[in-house]
Design a protein around this ligand. Sequence first.
Ligand code: NDP
Length: 295
Amino acid sequence: MAVTQSKETAFQFLSENSMSTIDQYAVFGHPISHSKSPRIHTLFAQQTHQELSYCAQDVPADSFSVAVTDFFRQGGKGLNCTVPLKELAWQHADILSERAQFSKAVNTLTLQKNGTVLGDNTDGIGLVTDLTINHMIPLLDSRVLILGAGGASRGIIGPLMEKSPTHIVIANRTVEKAITLSHEFSQLGKITGCSYDEIKNSEFDLILNATSASLSDDLPPLAKNLLATNGTCYDLAYGSQPTAFVKWGLAHGAKKSLDGLGMLIEQAAEAFFIWRGVRPETAAIVALLNAERAN
Ligand code: NDP
């Protein structure tokens, strides 16, 4: 079995691999050097005995369209797209899955047999799987607060609503974006958009941090009584150390305060399934990557 993993520029990738017979996959993003996706997909491939190559490529937004077209023209089979490319990927796809259509953000592109490119969004299902299967956190009848109204929030609202929470409140620094988002998804159930100030006297069973504040060790302005007794905090961001929001959860009585490494692995597993038709066992990979960052 040949499984390769590398980080290289788009140009190097295309010139060195264009003659390869191994199925080619990649993640595009900017920046991308921190990405764990090549490692995760390589582990999936080894586990499921699939022969493929998966690399990370630094692709700025202004090169995205050309890079994607070249990638598929040269035989690439599937792409993941991360910050800041998910909306561009949504625009680039020839056809969209229902969940991608709704979220207006795409993290998985797949070359289909007829030559068209299918766009999908596996972020939401990745989060819901991590919450409900890996951590046994019930969503039914729970009061959910989403912090942030960017691309990640767009991807998770639909799959969360499928689990029938009582309601979802979206709070955002730029309040207009939260309100717009709540209107876009209002047909799915009770969803409200507001400012941080407006929720200072509310209480939630699950608080999801979908802001990028943790990436700069920052926190949104959170009132101290927001989390219900036995509530859960979940930061979509992750790192080698607990994020600022994970620490906030622990300091405010969270029963569980988790970061987004599990979500990352689960969204990757869903993409792998779309591409290869085989579902990897994620528990062992979650345990391995958690153990690695503990060392
Ligand atoms: P976007 O850039 O699309 O949105 C960022 C959001 O964060 C906006 O709502 C912005 O508010 C808000 N924000 C940024 N800084 C602050 C701050 N200091 N205080 C309060 N709010 C702030 O990013 P994404 O939605 O794509 O990503 C959000 C997070 O989710 C990132 O940390 C990303 O790494 C993570 N993520 C993790 C995944 C996983 O698999 N674990 C998958 C996808 C995303 P405003 O609108 O006012 O600017």
